[in-house]
Design a protein around this ligand. Structure first.
Ligand SMILES: C[S@@+](CC[C@H](N)C(=O)[O-])C[C@H]1O[C@@H](n2cnc3c(N)ncnc32)[C@H](O)[C@@H]1O
Ligand code: SF4
Length: 445
């Protein structure tokens, strides 16, 4: 129950719209639609300041895939020749060099890095080495604590994994999505369940310290039986962590186009069913010894496997977003790169940072950002916010917290705001209610 309640706050109820289509996952605050080109100079100003003490991370977007999956909303280019990829990697290294020359970045060690996609494992070993070497030449990596590299099952090769070790990858994350071949095909996935077993054995032969596997619940055509089987198979593999995403149907996907044209071979599952499946998956993982550490992740050993990318970024660390459409956060400014390779490369080749839109957060915006992102972890301690911002988050968000407490989604004690399991399963649906009134009901992208 909520402690230390301010008086005169009306009791609200919480009708939450649940559209079948559109984005669910909240990746940033304020929403992307509030970012604009007029605020790009704020990033340049932040970069021109002397280096702050905050940890520095990198997100590197590698936008290449073998084939587009029907549900996927990430920017990716399909089956590109090696020369196109080489040229892109050169631009990424050049972009890193441009940042490394800025006073706010110069000489700072990289604390964490994330190579995401697209499918980064479609690169060749030589391309991985070239990228890794180029980035390390620009900025010191010696003290890097975590380097994640995303893979898809079909593109995992032994020699390639060795090259990942050489460039310092500590965490491999592979997209499995399902172990049911019929479901994989129905959702436009290029791999089959047997590719997962083959790739996973190869990954385990190399010592990465942390192997994460992604699953999606609520894929088109999923039945309870198929979902249970996927959970059973993933537990059998004993990965260090499992990430489960509830399937979204964003407007820029094939799934959405098929939905609107009436061409879908099955009805999309309701959010109630997706939440029930996620809950069931989490329970099975807990029975197998895993601990649920966020709305998406269960880990085998929470002490050993703390996801630093999240830990740092969600507590205000700086992160340079490199590559086409990548987004980053620096000195309280959110920013995003050009959305096509053509425009991205053109900017970098002219020696310009390829940033196209930005948003400078006020101190209050930063408080909201860190609060909502940390809520995804299921628990937000009150004291660090009091220390950092001089404000009590319970007082700040009182009306919304009370509304969600009434629904049984949240509890509040003197120490922390905690989501119940029911709250955790729908957390991204709840977060917009904490947004500043300027950003309520705005478009997400
Ligand atoms: C960039 S992909 C991971 C690497 C690789 N491209 C792959 O798909 O195996 C990141 C993850 O996002 C998740 N994802 C993609 N589209 C999604 C959607 N519409 N709804 C929920 N999760 C989605 C998938 O689980 C996927 O593994
Ligand atoms: S889910 Fe992964 S493999 Fe499929 S299109 Fe998206 S990025 Fe590429």
């Amino acid at each position: 129950m909520i402690a230390s309640a301010p008086v005169n706050v009306p009791t609200l109820t919480a009708p939450i719209d649940e559209p079948v289509a559109g984005n669910y996952f909240v990746a940033a605050y304020p929403p992307f639609s509030a970012w604009d080109s007029a605020q790009v100079p704020a990033l340049h100003e932040a970069l021109a300041q002397p280096a702050p003490a905050a940890p520095l991370g990198l997100y590197v977007h590698l936008p290449f895939c073998q084939k587009k999956c029907d549900y996927c909303y990430y920017l990716s280019y399909i089956a590109q020749p090696a020369a196109v990829v080489d040229r892109y990697l050169d631009a990424v290294v050049r972009e890193m060099e441009l940042y490394a020359a800025q006073p706010g970045v110069k000489g700072r060690p990289v604390s964490f890095a994330y190579f995401g996609g697209g499918t980064p494992s479609t690169l060749s070993s030589a391309q991985v080495r070239r990228l890794g070497d180029g980035l390390r030449r620009a900025l010191a990596w010696d003290n890097v604590k975590e380097v994640t590299f995303e893979c898809a099952p079909r593109s995992v090769r032994h020699e390639f994994l060795e090259s990942l070790r050489e460039v310092g990858v500590t965490r491999v994350s592979m997209g499995v999505q399902s172990f049911d071949n019929e479901l994989l095909k129905l959702n436009g996935r290029v791999h089959l369940a047997e590719d997962v077993s083959r790739a996973y054995s190869m990954i385990r032969e190399v010592d990465f310290g942390w192997v994460n596997l992604d699953l999606m619940c609520g894929l088109l055509g999923e039945t309870e039986e198929k979902w249970r089987e996927s959970i059973r198979r993933i537990i059998e593999l004993e990965p260090d962590s499992v990430t489960i995403y509830q399937t979204e149907i964003p407007h820029n996907t094939q799934l959405y186009r098929d939905l609107t044209s009436g061409a879908l071979p099955a009805l999309p599952l309701s959010w109630d069913i997706k939440r029930a499946r996620l809950d069931q998956g989490f329970r099975e993982l807990e029975r197998a010894g895993y601990t649920v550490v966020s709305a998406y992740n269960a880990v085998k050993d929470p002490q050993r496997h703390r996801f630093l990318y999240q830990d740092y970024l969600w507590r205000g660390a700086d992160m340079l977003g490199l590559g086409v459409a990548a987004f980053g956060y620096f000195g309280g400014v959110h920013f995003q790169n050009q959305a096509t390779i053509k425009h991205y490369e053109a900017a970098v080749e002219q020696g310009k940072l390829p940033v196209t839109r930005a948003f400078k957060l006020s101190i209050h915006d930063q408080l909201v950002r860190e609060f909502i992102l940390q809520l995804k972890l299921g628990e937000v301690p009150i004291a660090p916010f009091q220390e950092r911002f001089g404000l009590n988050i319970v007082v700040q968000f009182y009306a919304t917290l009370r509304m969600f407490a009434n629904e049984g989604w949240i509890t509040v004690s003197d120490e922390a705001v905690r989501l119940t399991r029911r709250g955790l399963l729908r957390v991204d649906r709840l977060l917009p209610r904490f947004y500043d009134s300027r950003f309520q009901d705005v478009r997400y992208t």
